[in-house]
Ligand binder design. Structure first.
Ligand SMILES: *Cc1c(COP(=O)(O)O)cnc(C)c1O
Length: 422
């Protein structure tokens, strides 16, 4: 896509006028400064803004609980018994999966563990796990604790991927090379879909193929990819994936998470799992029998009954994704992030700031990560002071995410002006 940008405010405003998604900004509560001025909110990769329609979805469930008590499980307007099912289809579309491959449940790190119980099955010859060296800490803790749980020392069994000397992101060919060389010892490759720190989007298809060619399982943590990239999990053939919903999916703090298990693993009695009553066959669940009979879909990994209030919030948000579709979101994101990049790199260099996110749009989502110099934290604090909400990651990275659902070209323009004026 070749798009010619200009640095004037008029240009930003004309981009907003031509934006087919511009009306969605008004459908979100954007955080407001004590002065009454809106913040420039570029932190939707950390916590998405609240959709205005969300309150009514949650209030419906509060009202049914108030009026119906336990009867709400069957007689609520949206019965709570099968409540998670309302989310399956829209979620499956967002991640490019069949509906039987997806279930909404628990929280992200919990689900990583549940997936590793099923798909990290070490043997004497094959026991290693591959992750990014700068993976999100929770993922590192989860993976290391799984290794120890199986009796391995992470020093021997955890392979961390790092960029080459002098580079900031990991080359796909280096991942392929590692798998070709050591694949026979690797049980599981588990990477972020988009690395939270650098904003690098991994090449899903190539990684799945390289892993499977060596007999490894391949799973993804899509926390920063879901609602951001156009995903095709089924087609790519990943074994599993996990994601949270409070970042780009705007379900609210701690919102309920999601899981993908590829069709080929459904209904396979050889695959162990930690079980709970909500994974049991729906017809006979309330016979309360002692033998676990798994549902023949990803739902069999469910443990507990649905957290309905959290799911109601997510349902409101997913309705917006249904309306808009990932293709339109991605199309705007390419322009919006491209515009941010343009404003940060045109004209005079921004002293001491380097964008470490890949330049190629196929290798990133909407986030840009700025590597700052020694004065990075002061710059970040000054941005906050000036009404910008973005994100600081030790030791020296500022993360910015212009989110296509509610951020405007004018937001991006104002941000760049503030940063240049610091
Ligand atoms: C946000 C994020 C998490 C957070 O995990 P929770 O279990 O939701 O607290 C974990 N991993 C990655 C990669 C993340 O981006």
């Amino acid at each position: 896509m070749t798009l010619t940008y200009e640095s004037s405010l008029e240009f930003a405003r004309s981009m907003d006028q031509q934006d087919p998604l511009r009306s969605y900004r008004d459908q979100f509560h954007l955080p407001v400064q004590p002065s009454g001025e809106p913040y420039i909110y570029l932190c939707g990769n950390s916590l998405g803004c609240q959709p205005k329609r969300l309150r009514a979805f949650v209030e419906q469930e509060l009202k049914d609980w108030e009026n119906l008590g336990v009867e709400g499980h069957f007689h609520a307007k949206n019965p709570w018994m099968p409540y998670h099912e309302f989310l399956t289809e829209p979620m499956a579309k967002i991640v490019g999966a069949k509906s039987e491959e997806v279930v909404v449940m628990n929280a992200l790190t919990v689900n990583l563990h549940l997936m590793m119980v099923s798909f990290y099955r070490p043997s004497q010859a094959r026991f290693k796990i591959v992750i990014e060296g700068d993976a999100f800490p929770s993922d590192i803790y989860a993976v290391e604790s799984q290794l120890k749980f199986h009796g391995y020392d992470p020093k021997d069994a955890l392979i961390k991927l790092w960029p080459r000397e002098g580079e900031h992101t990991i080359r796909t060919e280096d991942i392929e090379h590692l798998l070709a060389e050591q694949g026979q010892e690797i049980a599981l490759v588990m990477l972020g879909g988009v690395n939270y720190y650098t904003g690098q989007a991994f090449q899903f298809q190539r990684i799945v193929e390289a892993g499977h060619a060596q007999g490894c399982k391949v799973g993804f943590d899509l926390a920063h990819a879901v609602g951001n990239l156009e995903l095709k999990l089924h087609e790519w053939g990943a074994d599993f994936a996990c994601w949270c919903s409070y970042k780009y999916l705007n379900s609210g703090p701690g919102g309920v998470a999601g899981v993908f298990v590829h069709e080929r693993h459904l209904n396979d009695p050889e695959i162990p799992r930690f079980a709970g009553w909500w994974g049991h066959d729906k017809e006979t669940r309330f016979k309360m029998g002692p033998d676990f009979q798994p549902i023949p879909t990803a739902e069999s990994w469910q443990l507990s009954n649905a957290p309905v209030l959290s799911m109601a919030a997510l349902r409101a948000s997913l309705e917006i994704f249904e309306e808009v579709g990932m293709a339109a979101l991605r199309e705007k994101a390419l322009k919006l992030t491209g515009y941010l990049e343009y404003l940060l790199t045109e004209g005079d260099d921004l002293k001491g700031i380097e964008i470490i996110t890949p330049k190629d749009p196929d290798h990133r989502g909407c986030q840009l990560s700025l590597l700052t110099g020694a004065d990075g934290k002061q710059r970040f604090d000054a941005l906050t002071e000036a009404g910008v909400i973005c994100d600081w990651r030790e030791p020296n990275v500022i993360r910015l995410a212009p989110v296509p659902l509610y951020n405007s070209f004018e937001d991006v323009w104002h941000f760049a002006k503030v940063l240049r004026n610091l």
